[in-house]
Design a protein around this ligand. Structure first.
Ligand code: DGT
Ligand code: CA
Ligand code: CA
Length: 572
């Protein structure tokens, strides 16, 4: 049970309590506990398991919270949360996914209008009842309507971070079961798609009933939906479903190939088999009734005349042609990343100091970082004006003297304002080592205005990169309306780098636009946007998105050594 998973249960608990109108103190205590767990550098489960230690050592964790965390670690569940889930209608919980609707507003909709489903909410927005509520208004009602459409479109898919941590926890558990010689993740989760509809796990076992029994008892599993000789389907707490398939050793590669997908990729691979007089299915590769191959995926690909294709590329977006020509890219890896150019500190909305962030980055093997706190427009995050920013840079400069082995750039995440001007003037931007320009507000503006803002930022000689260009939050907030051809051409022309923001709810640029950027020779920076020392953990998701885009380390600016990166910055 990883800390972020436990934290998410506390977040949910806090939200449900707030919807019920619970005491604000209690709500805040759970939310703080979630935050503590998220920024904790050791595993809460390890602390629970260590004799003589107690979670009450941690700031803000009293006996009651410690007991609850222990319960979650040991049983995977929290009875109080189960009770609340049963009390608050599922449709009300769904409302929380709508961008701009926090627990307070949801509570009002639930208690004052008695709304319990998205369908009811939609009707109430359209009839004007929502607009009349205190604190809502016409604009909010419209934005709720937009949000409902977006949530409906996203369906019940979950973020890759949630999918992966659940799937990895289950895989490592099943690997312990007697007679299980192999167990792996397949499906969209293995392809590292940004969201997963369900999870797919394959195993080789002497006796399929043993891993199935184990899965049934796994703390993450809520309910067994179906169980047969070779296949079991379960629902996990939180709602995502998982298929476990137990396959024979000689079919493992063929089954991995088949169940990794994507369907579009598989159709082409199967056709190639047919062209060679072979039949390919999840059991193996056959010539008539004769088994030809299927133990490993490499064997399957070789039989259809191809090298092994990395799962992240298996979308039938040109990877088969590249494989055929022997020119598959050597995809970037996590270990290639040398620097991180987007992060926050206590100067704005981060949880750690400059020195703490630098130490954490160094401990992870990074050789350079840019501290990029918010500019003043982001009042919610205590954004910096020119005076505070210059003081902050002096503080960064002091930290440079306190730590060796890592370079620290004096940066800024500067808002591109709604009127297309920059939040800080050119004079102060010109003093920065590194400027990331971003859209935070007015994301719903018409395309023309959005483009005006992005193009102005790109043409500003002090802007080094555009951060999370689309502004989307996966599953809850749609992208700004960007004309990508114009945007990418301008970035290429002005030598502005583009970010892949690694936060699993952003992954922005997405895989398709990152591939389009690569094809224009635009350098990509894969950043974490860390707000705490654990924020660096998300780098893996950004790298995976880059891999899906077919990026190599040569396409990624922060895969350069410090010497090369600083040379490139100076030459801009
Ligand atoms: P998801 O679950 O929607 O995120 O996406 P996937 O790719 O995990 O899809 P899923 O779970 O329905 O099936 C897993 C893989 O199994 C899929 O990527 C390819 C393979 N597969 C499933 N159904 C078919 C099919 O009808 N034809 C072919 N060729 N492959 C299929
Ligand atoms: Ca799936
Ligand atoms: Ca499936």
């Amino acid at each position: 049970m990883h800390n972020p998973l436990i934290a998410s249960l506390f977040e949910e608990l806090a939200a449900l309590l707030e919807i019920q109108g619970a005491n604000a103190f209690r709500v805040r205590a759970y939310r703080n506990a979630a935050r503590t767990l998220e920024s904790l550098s050791e595993s809460a489960a390890d602390i629970v398991a260590t004799a003589g230690r107690s979670l009450t050592e941690l700031d803000g964790i009293g006996q009651d919270l410690a007991d609850k965390i222990k319960m979650i670690v040991e049983t995977g569940a929290l009875p109080q949360l189960e009770e609340l889930r049963a009390q608050v209608p599922a449709g009300v919980v769904q409302m929380l996914r709508i961008s701009g609707l926090g627990p307070k507003k949801v509570a009002t909709l639930f208690h004052e209008l008695g709304l319990t489903t998205l369908v009811d909410l939609k009707a109430a927005c359209e009839s004007g009842r929502v607009a009349e509520l205190k604190g809502f208004g016409k604009k909010t009602a419209q934005s709720i309507l937009d949000g409902i459409a977006h949530v409906e479109e996203a369906g019940s898919r979950v973020l890759i971070s949630i999918a992966r941590s659940a799937a990895e926890a289950i895989v490592s558990d099943l690997a312990q079961v007697a007679g299980v010689s192999q167990v792996s993740i397949a499906g969209s989760c293995r392809r590292r798609q940004e969201t997963c509809g369900d999870l797919d796990i394959l195993a080789i076992a002497e006796d399929s009933s043993l891993p199935m029994d184990r899965l049934e008892r796994h703390p993450l599993v809520e309910k067994v939906l179906a169980r047969g000789e070779t296949k079991q389907r379960v629902r996990l707490r939180g709602g995502i479903e998982l298929d476990l398939r137990v396959v024979p050793v000689e079919s493992y590669g063929a089954a991995m190939q088949y169940f990794t997908g994507s369907k579009e990729h598989n159709i082409v691979i199967r056709r190639r088999a047919q062209e060679r007089g072979l039949k390919l299915n999840e059991y193996g590769l056959f010539r008539g009734d004769e088994y030809v191959a299927g133990r490993t995926e490499a064997e399957v690909y070789a039989a259809v005349g191809l090298p092994f294709i990395p799962p992240e590329l298996r979308e039938n977006r040109g990877e088969i042609e590249l494989a055929e020509a022997g020119s598959l890219p050597q995809l970037i890896e996590l270990a290639d990343i040398q620097g991180d150019l987007h992060m926050h500190t206590t100067a704005t909305d981060g949880a750690a100091t400059i020195l703490e962030m630098a130490e954490a980055a160094k401990a992870r093997g990074l050789k350079y970082i840019a501290i990029t706190d918010h500019s003043k427009r982001v009042t919610m995050a205590n954004g910096l004006d020119a005076t505070r920013l210059r003081q902050h840079w002096r503080d960064i400069d002091k930290v440079r003297g306190q730590i060796s082995g890592i370079e620290i750039l004096c940066g800024i995440e500067c808002d591109i304002l709604e009127d297309a001007t920059m939040d800080l003037d050119d004079e102060v931007l010109s003093e920065a080592d590194w400027v990331i320009a971003v859209l935070h507000y007015g994301l719903k503006q018409p395309r023309e205005q959005i483009m005006q803002r992005l193009l102005n930022a790109i043409r500003n000689p002090h802007v080094d990169a555009i951060g999370h260009p689309s502004g989307r939050l996966i599953g809850s907030r749609p992208s700004a309306d960007i004309d990508y051809t114009t945007f990418l051409n301008a970035a290429a022309e002005h030598g502005v780098m583009l970010e892949i923001n690694s936060c699993p709810s952003r992954l922005d640029l997405d895989d398709i636009q990152a591939a389009a950027a690569k094809s224009r020779g635009i350098p990509i920076v894969i950043d974490t946007d860390s707000h705490s020392v654990n924020g660096f953990d998300v780098l893996t998701y950004g790298v995976d998105q880059a891999r899906r885009a077919g990026l190599t380390k040569h396409d990624v600016a922060n895969a350069l050594s410090w010497a090369e990166f600083s040379r490139r910055l100076k030459s801009r």
